[in-house]
Every structure is written in C-alpha cells, then in structure tokens.
Design a protein. Structure first.
Length: 59
C-alpha cells in the first residue's frame, strides 16, 4: 500500500498504480479485507485518473 495518497495535481503513471494494485492482490492472497478493499477502491480511482478512462494505456 502507498503510505499517503498523491495530491490531485500530481498523477502517478498508470503502470505504477497498476503495480500497486497487483501487489495488493498478491499480499492479500486474493481475499481483500475491508481495509484492503478500501485501498483497492482508492487505487482504482487513481488508476482511472491516470489512464483518463482509457484502459489500453495501462497495458
């Protein structure tokens, strides 16, 4: 998990956010706790902002 959210003026690259998402799933063993689910949702929002709604840019 990232220690603090990035300010809205600074968007992390989608590949970095995607790696955080993958790491979260690896650490959770595929079963997200309520805290992990909250982090996952935050990361999804950040990833969507990074890709500007274009999922192909993260591949």
């Amino acid at each position: 998990m990232s220690p603090t959210p990035c300010p809205s003026s600074s968007v992390r690259p989608s590949a970095v956010v995607n790696e955080d998402i993958r790491d979260l799933w690896r650490r959770s063993g595929g079963h997200l706790s309520p805290e992990d689910e909250e982090e996952y949702q935050r990361l999804l929002v950040e990833w969507a902002a990074a890709t500007k709604g274009n999922p192909r840019s993260a591949a």
